[in-house]
Unconditional design. Structure first.
Length: 340
């Protein structure tokens, strides 16, 4: 069967342009791949065009708009996911412009499809009391719990994204002073983050116990499951939820969040640093943000910092005693007459 222009261009986009020319991460390529899998599903089920017959001529801006509507209404995706899918489509059509100049007009019509404005959610994070309660839950007499404690301590101390934690290799850990861990973030950008002494001790004990300091294991994952495979996102979420449930049972007086996902630990680290007075630039570097504007969400969310700033600048305006209103008999009589 003859290849279509769409199939050839999409193949080059995913297998050559993104990894070799743009040097984007594997996760980004997978996300773009999933977008176009859904596009093909949409055309197959709704437009009745099989993937092998799909050409650029059959893909118009109106079809892309219908696809995005289908995602929201049929697939029940949120605005964030909808915008991520559109970002992938935009990236593909920017590439297509240079590959097929004859399609320039339709490419620009698709590139003109706007992102949906989304409501800014509040940053969810744990108080120091909540975090300490959760970290006390692993039973350190059990090997698996000692691993879980090392994992949670590393996740918090580094402020890592969950995928960054999953991708840590033995060679990325430096236990000699100054103890650091190298994280590989978005766009394969690597950064070195310091870890505190207690976290370093937890990691060192965990690595010794599991023989991870032996030669020849430098490229092994730092944390792995019972099948000796790297953790998945659901696997790490399960660990956090397990100890959150235990903490709720053992500390009924502490106000915990409803759910606990890995990114909340990252938010928690940032908020605790901000509350301790750490400069926003240092927090940006620790988290691996490209722009400090991204980090400013924590500044907007930190009501405690705002309260302290307002208290510092607060001036007592009213000094004299104000009489209690119910002692004003004229006012009470007026109100009684008014309400008749």
């Amino acid at each position: 069967m003859k290849q279509t222009d769409f199939a050839r261009t999409l193949t080059r986009f995913l297998s050559d342009y993104l990894p070799n020319q743009r040097n984007v991460s594997t996760n980004t390529i997978k996300s773009y791949r999933d977008t176009f899998k859904q596009v093909l599903m949409y055309y197959d089920s709704k437009v009745k065009i099989k993937p092998e017959h799909l050409t650029f001529e059959k893909i118009k801006a109106e079809n892309i708009k219908d696809f995005l509507f289908w995602l929201e209404k049929t697939r029940n995706v949120g605005i964030n996911t909808r915008n991520q899918r559109l970002a992938a489509i935009h990236s593909f059509y920017r590439y297509t412009q240079s590959e097929h100049p004859e399609l320039l007009l339709e490419c620009q019509r698709i590139l003109g499809i706007p992102f949906k404005k989304r409501e800014q959610k509040t940053v969810e994070f744990l108080s120091q009391e909540c975090l300490k309660s959760i970290l006390k839950q692993p039973d350190t007499s059990r090997k698996k719990d000692r691993r879980d404690l090392a994992l949670m301590a590393t996740l918090y101390d580094t402020g890592a994204r969950v995928q960054e934690l999953i991708d840590i290799k033995i060679r990325d850990v430096r236990l000699t002073k100054p103890a650091t861990i190298i994280l590989t973030g978005k766009g394969n950008k690597r950064r070195s983050v310091p870890i505190m002494e207690k976290t370093k001790d937890q990691l060192e004990n965990y690595m010794k116990e599991n023989g991870l300091l032996e030669n020849g294991k430098q490229d092994n994952p730092l944390f792995y499951n019972s099948n000796y495979r790297p953790f998945t996102r659901p696997g790490i979420t399960y660990i956090l939820e397990k100890y959150l449930k235990k903490a709720k049972a053992s500390h009924p007086d502490v106000l915990f969040s409803g759910k606990l996902h890995p990114h909340m630990i990252r938010h928690t680290k940032a908020m605790h640093l901000l509350e301790a007075g750490v400069n926003l630039i240092y927090i940006r570097d620790l988290l691996g943000h490209v722009n400090v504007t991204t980090t400013e969400i924590y500044l907007r969310a930190n009501t405690e910092t705002k309260r302290r700033a307002l208290e510092t600048a607060y001036m007592e305006v009213v000094t004299q005693d104000i009489p209690v209103w119910d002692e004003d008999t004229d006012l009470i009589k007026w109100l009684q007459d008014f309400c008749r």
